[in-house]
Design a protein around this ligand. Structure first.
Ligand code: 5OB
Length: 227
């Protein structure tokens, strides 16, 4: 095995992360020891007997703000000299494949999940190395965003996907095109035919056809990638 990565997720909804991250490739990555994932309940670091982790915003306004003390206590307990602390927040920089690749070579990620209106800004200023958003839409909680990030990062750890082919072919997604269409059996489904060229066995023609269709589908669905 290569270097094992450690990931700690801090959230008040640990079950949101646990299900998705224990299935399929993520489950196998942990069983194989490629990643040591721990999902923690932030309330375990709360200081009061009601296990509160939120409070009203100074200055007024709607919603609640996540308190500073539980995040400090948790991060101070979990971090080492090699830790990178990431906050999932809609106000963060947009997470993308390049960022996933960069994070996949870290030794230790501590992922903080925002909930409610936001997180006390002293957490951002004093604890967080990187603020990340997974896209321009509203979510009810940051645990869903953290789950997305962990899946994208862990599958890039060497050995996790088995064949490195599938990771390498994805460099196409960096070369600004989405993939062409895929087909499998049956050749005829309710009169809808698989394109003849894919059955021809003519490799060069198939490659050319796929490139053309990739360009066509990129124009159709992701014109922003071609600008
Ligand atoms: N929306 N990325 C997009 C996000 C988000 C909401 C989050 C965290 C990351 O927390 C509520």
């Amino acid at each position: 095995m290569e270097q094992q990565m450690k990931i700690d997720i801090l959230t008040i909804f640990p079950e949101i992360c646990r299900g998705p991250l224990s299935e399929s490739i993520m489950g196998r990555a942990q069983a194989a020891g490629a990643v040591d994932l721990a999902v923690h309940d932030l309330r375990d670091w709360s200081e009061d007997r009601h296990r509160r982790v939120d409070d009203e915003p100074f200055g007024g306004g709607p919603g609640m703000v996540m308190k500073v003390e539980p995040f400090f206590a948790a991060v101070e307990e979990l971090r080492t000299e090699h830790s990178k602390v990431v906050l999932m927040t809609p106000q963060g920089r947009r997470f993308d494949q390049a960022q996933a690749r960069a994070l996949s070579s870290e030794v230790h990620l501590i992922i903080l999940c925002g909930h409610y209106e936001g997180v006390d800004h002293r957490v951002v200023e004093a604890l967080v190395d990187l603020e990340l958003s997974i896209g321009d839409y509203v979510l009810t909680n940051g645990a869903i965003a953290a789950t997305v990030l962990v899946d994208a990062v862990v599958r890039l750890i060497p050995g996790v996907l088995g064949d490195d082919q599938s990771v390498e072919e994805e460099s196409f997604t960096d070369s600004q095109l989405i993939e062409g269409p895929h087909y499998t059996r049956p050749r005829d489904f309710r009169g809808m035919q698989v394109p003849e060229v894919l059955l021809s066995g003519h490799h060069a023609k198939i490659v050319q056809w796929r490139q053309e269709r990739a360009l066509e589908r990129t124009r159709q669905n992701r014109p922003d990638l071609l600008e």
